[in-house]
Design a protein around this ligand. Sequence first.
Ligand code: AMP
Ligand code: ZN
Length: 466
Amino acid sequence: MKIYNTLTRKKEEFVPIVPGEVKMYVCGPTVYNFFHIGNGRTFIIFDTVRRYLEYRGYKVKFIQNFTDIDDKMINKANSEGITVKELGDKYIKEYYQDADALQIERATVNPRATEYIGDIIKFVDDLIKAGFAYEVDGDVYFSTKKFKTYGKLAGQNLEDLQAGARINIDERKNDPMDFAVWKAQKPGEPAWESPWGLGRPGWHIECSCMAKKILGDTIDIHAGGMDLKFPHHENEIAQSEAVTGKPFANYWMHAAFVNVDNKKMSKSLNNFFTAREILEEYDSDAIRFLMLSGHYRIQINFTKELLDSAKASIERLYNCINNLENLISEVKIKDISEDEKLYLKSLDKYRDKFIEKMDDDFNTADAISVLFDLSKDINNNINIDSSKELCEGAVELIRELGMSLGILQKHQEKNLETEIQELIDKRQQARKDRDFALADKIRDDLKARNIILEDTPQGVRWKKVD
Ligand code: AMP
Ligand code: ZN
């Protein structure tokens, strides 16, 4: 499997530190608001990376943090008249609601920065002791000059970065590129006791500290949106490697932006759609399909028209699945024939192709094309004369591949008639088995839905009452 590594600017063979295991850290949201569909793309992409790694047999430890203390959190909490903690609690809950709806699997751990303050203080202290950080009036800064390879992720040396930076005259810093790892308390701000007085952590230090604490000194994959490459990830590398003397992450992955009219979707430009509002109109399949139909390192422009066409495309794949599932209950032949066995085996080539595409730096765009090829093949070759076993094998294959992208897992809604008839049959069986508790439960559950069962000499009838 190959991954494009931002650090080396090359596609590299993926070799995890421990065979069969992947330690992965993704920078998560600042929880001061609902997340927008741009953030959503980044979350969906790395959820897909994780799902695919799991599909390929890796055991993945997947960490995604919540930034629950920073200027934006403090300002928003003040304007709402609630505490920063209350604000964080509220939007973490909202995050889970939307992420779940987008079929984003829950992380192994979602650490909150404020729950690691003690570890962060120790980290800052270690940086000072090792000579990489210095204190000025209760603030602590990282000394970029001391870290010889500063700029390696950005692909620029310190001088170039200094020249490119806005001149930020801050007499208290030794160098304009130095950044805060600890910030002294300003009036009205939440703060924690530290050796440098009351204060709070800088943003970059949280990720360095929590990644180390949960995953260890060196991790396999560190990921986030493209905007985090510099300075956030550069600074994470500097802090972590300064403290441990070991490589921080072996592979760095960055997801390209979702744009609106060619500008990055962002809260500050006010050109965003929240995931919540999009989810009111579209389901996760359409949204994930749109986000995955382009390669993750290519920006996408977000429009409702594109989302509508993603919805139409995914429906074509569902037509194939639904058709197969209808055939499963309709076909006359149960067991697979020898010819059908050969045919089913021939479909393995689509799995191989899918894996080949995904193994090439998670080329979801081409992997999705393979799904269409597979569905076309199935539509042309499986029909009412096929066996049930063949239909089942085909549907399993589509769902298996879809699973690794977090799509195509929905089941068609049964119509009411079929569903009730199935429940009636189940109740009759329960009665035959003298399982009267189950039989009564089925009748009561239906009653709660205003459906009354009547035993007649012709069998069980049902009617809906108001
Ligand atoms: P934030 O809450 O702004 O820290 O962002 C959470 C994640 O979303 C980070 O990994 C960002 O890099 C990513 N992100 C922010 N804006 C966009 C965008 N327009 N498109 C894609 N990813 C984004
Ligand atoms: Zn981070």
